[in-house]
Design a protein around this ligand. Structure first.
Ligand SMILES: [Zn+2]
Length: 185
């Protein structure tokens, strides 16, 4: 579940290309304040860069220019960072696989460099109330309707029990198939 990085540098490169290729770009963008500012900024950067390449400047001005460019790119990166923060499967946080209803949340894990499932909990399919484990057995019960899975006396009927690890894998498989459908149009 790789996070989609905003390709800010492609936007920057595209804007530079546009502003250099077409002198009339300002005419088209002057009514869109933000775009106009960005285009003007890159036009200015281009002019400055051109001067640096053709003229002699003291060393400190090169350093100052580098710091300015670095600062501007940092600013642009932070501006574009939040627009694509959540993946498409972020709102997929409830499903029924066999008997129970399952709910969970997605959190970004720096450690795994991936979106991971957290707070995965099971709910009664009739009452939608959180299920409770019965003692240390692989059995749950609904605190409202008192239904048990598996039924009493069938503690080892594991096919009636839904394991958290299994459910997590089923969710991840669904997300993968959702993503492949999206990628295939
Ligand atoms: Zn119930």
């Amino acid at each position: 579940m790789a996070k989609k990085e905003t390709k800010w540098y492609w936007i920057a490169l595209g804007t530079v290309t546009l502003s250099v290729v077409s002198d009339n770009i300002s005419e088209y963008t002057k009514n869109i304040p933000v775009v106009k500012q960005i285009v003007d900024l890159f036009k200015w950067l281009y002019t400055i860069s051109e001067r640096f390449l053709t003229m002699q400047f003291p060393l400190w001005s090169y350093l100052l220019f580098s710091i300015c460019v670095w600062g501007i790119f940092r600013l642009l990166k932070s501006m574009f960072k939040d627009t694509n923060q959540h993946p498409s499967f972020y709102t997929y946080n409830k499903d029924k696989f066999r008997f129970w209803i399952w709910r969970w949340e997605w959190v970004w894990s720096e450690r795994y460099n991936s979106w991971v499932i957290t707070n995965l909990l099971s709910f009664c399919p009739v009452c939608d109330v959180g299920l409770l484990h019965v003692g240390s057995h692989k059995q749950v019960r609904c605190p409202k309707c008192q239904t048990r899975w598996p039924d009493d006396g069938a503690f080892y009927a594991e096919h009636e029990y839904e394991d958290k690890d299994d459910i997590e894998q089923l969710i991840l498989a669904n997300v993968r198939s959702m993503e492949s459908k999206q990628n295939n149009g």
